[in-house]
Design a protein around this ligand. Structure first.
Ligand code: AMP
Ligand code: MG
Length: 409
């Protein structure tokens, strides 16, 4: 049986970058650029005013002060979006608004707060250095230069840069399409009345939310009863329209666990089955051509933890992200934790965090059974109890994955 690190490395080794696609800028936020972005022209495209005020020659106002004001004749007004019809000459000024092009001749803008208008003249009360309040053409981006590199994540700032640089579409790694297929004849919808022997399907919903949180597209299929034929026809549909298929349940050793058999019949290559971990031991991984198939255990916590530990990094790599792992910190474990009879595997313990006296502390959320879904809701992090440890004493240091923070934090 593989250990957790081996399993992760194998999953990641099978991650293929998705085919880049051109996407409208307004659909590309959160995705990774597949190509460099180059400025089409200077940004700003022309020298312009950073303030509302008067475009002047700095040489005219070198002696200006409250005591010795300088009087200039106002030639015209230039609002943003217009261009002056004449140059500024010695002894004159043009009234200018923020963002309007600096008129020829002028080299400086005097902000309105240090001026006084008297009839058709403006009185300047402060000397300013040449270039003051002027934004140079190309001071943000220079024509033809790379402004964003391939591999950058398009956060809102990058989206703005693309638009300013003249691109309304960019080449990005697309969102992975992830089929979600929950199996189990005991499952009913969340709103259904429960009849004896049935439980609500939690995993279809938690999985959808986890996949959407990665930025991928969840494609949730109708629940699959535990029959060979139903499992087969759902798997065929799921594989047809997705990059990754997540099956859920039916991969243990029960008599009605058909997922493994059916995938084998369909020609999928089993890469591994079972990992030395708790929860999530029955996890499986297959490839079928370029498709990746992850068999998630049905227990609700196992299922979510396997997505967090393996599926999320897999999909991030397929979508071009270079940072694949949540931030990790050392924390003092506040309670004794014993693996009991489950030694020899990594335990993923859902924990609460507390910063005390400058040190990070972690303690379990409560019962850690693989069916205790509230442990996932309460968790602020996942503590990694290493394979070789049998007991963690209170006060020992453990590594915690900060699962509420993004990988690039
Ligand atoms: P399995 O992996 O199919 O043997 O399921 C293991 C346990 O998880 C069983 O107790 C199932 O009833 C439960 N389970 C499986 N699928 C789901 C689901 N979608 N939602 C909630 N519990 C589930
Ligand atoms: Mg089942």
């Amino acid at each position: 049986m593989l250990n957790t690190l081996e399993a992760l490395n194998i999953v990641l080794a099978h991650a293929e970058l998705l085919e880049p696609a051109r996407m409208p800028l307004d659909k590309a936020a959160g995705l990774v650029l597949a190509e460099d972005v180059t400025a089409r022209g200077n940004v700003p495209p022309f020298a312009n005013s950073a303030m509302d005020g008067f475009a002047v020659l700095a040489s005219d106002i070198q002696q200006a002060s409250e005591a010795t004001p300088v009087r200039l004749h106002i030639l015209e007004d230039v609002p943003a979006g217009s261009v002056a019809t004449q140059p500024v000459r010695p002894g004159t000024a043009i009234r200018i608004m923020t963002g309007a092009p600096l008129p020829d001749g002028a080299d400086t803008v005097v902000h309105v707060e240090v001026t006084r208008v008297e009839g058709s003249d403006v009185v300047i009360l402060l000397a300013l250095k040449s270039g003051f309040n002027v934004r140079r053409a190309g001071e943000d981006m220079t024509d033809g230069t790379v402004v964003l590199h391939a591999g950058s994540t398009l956060r809102p700032g990058e989206i703005g840069v693309c638009a300013a640089a003249g691109h309304d579409a960019v080449s990005v790694y697309p969102r992975a399409r992830v089929a979600i297929l929950t199996t189990g004849s005991e499952l009913v919808d969340a709103a259904d009345e429960l009849t004896p022997g049935h439980i609500r399907d939690a995993n279809a919903h938690s999985l959808r939310a986890q996949i959407a949180a990665i930025g991928a597209v969840p494609v949730v299929f109708a629940r699959v009863p535990d029959t060979r034929d139903a499992v087969r026809s759902s798997l065929e549909q799921a594989l047809a329209g997705s990059d990754v298929v997540l099956t859920n349940g039916g991969i243990s050793v029960g008599d009605y666990d058909f997922v493994k058999d059916v995938l084998e019949e369909m020609g999928a290559q089993l890469v591994f089955w079972r990992v030395k971990q708790k929860p999530g031991k029955p996890m499986a991984f297959w490839t079928l051509g370029h498709k990746r198939i992850v068999g998630l255990p049905g227990n609700p916590v196992s299922c979510m933890v396997c997505v967090e530990e393996y599926v999320r990094p897999l999909i991030r790599r397929m979508m071009g992200f270079s940072l694949l792992h949540r931030p990790e910190r050392s924390a003092v474990f506040d309670e004794r934790y014993s693996k009991g009879s489950d030694a020899g595997r990594v335990h993923f313990v859902r924990v609460l965090l507390e910063q005390r006296d400058g040190t990070l502390h972690a303690r379990p959320t409560g019962p850690q059974g693989s069916g205790i879904l509230t442990s996932m809701a309460r968790a602020e992090a996942i503590a990694i109890i290493p394979e070789e440890a049998t007991v963690i004493d209170a006060g020992a240091t453990v590594q915690v994955q900060l699962t509420d923070l993004p990988e690039d934090h």
